[in-house]
Design a protein around this ligand. Structure first.
Ligand SMILES: [Fe+2]
Length: 171
């Protein structure tokens, strides 16, 4: 840790944090590429299964965008284990297992997936703000695109939940 606030450049530290969080979300997105096919397979509702599959395609694009951002700021794309995403995906696995024979399985999968989306929304919103502050305009635009897609994915899950899946779980 730095002992003094006067011995370093504030933007240098923000750049450091920006890169650190890019590495965190790169790890998270790559893990999601592995997890989403399992969630698509587990889902009973065809709309939910399709939503997971289409978000898998988006997630692969999110990885590519992150790799482009690393390149733009002159760095090698290197992932750093994200303990939060590891925990969220562990919870998703546990829910899928606990509810595999239940009418609430799809509701449980949506629960897990929305927690993941909200984690990502938090990270991308922060990264976009950092990129703007640091003057990384192209990176900010790419992060904005991903942030909007995460928001839409979350909205889609809400609509699937409230247009039948929750009712089914409660039947
Ligand atoms: Fe994503």
């Amino acid at each position: 840790m730095k002992s003094s606030k006067t011995d370093h450049n504030a933007d240098g530290e923000l750049h450091h944090l920006f890169v650190d969080q890019l590495r965190d979300i790169l790890w998270a997105e790559k893990e999601l590429v592995k997890a989403l096919p399992k969630m698509a397979k587990a889902a009973n509702d065809s709309k939910l299964s399709e939503a997971f599959t289409s978000h898998l395609s988006e997630t692969k694009v999110h990885v590519t965008r992150l790799e482009k951002i690393f390149k733009d700021v002159g760095l090698t794309a290197r992932a750093k284990k994200c303990p939060a995403m590891e925990g969220l995906l562990k919870e998703a696995d546990e829910l899928a297992e606990d509810y595999k024979d239940s009418s609430a399985l799809d509701a449980a999968l949506i629960t897990a997936a929305q927690k993941v989306e909200h984690y990502e929304i938090g990270t991308y919103g922060t990264l976009r703000a950092f990129a703007r502050r640091l003057g990384y305009t192209d990176a900010a635009d790419l992060l904005d695109k991903t942030l909007k897609e995460e928001g839409k994915a979350d909205d889609k899950l809400t609509s699937i939940a409230t247009s039948g899946v929750n009712e089914m779980a409660n039947a």
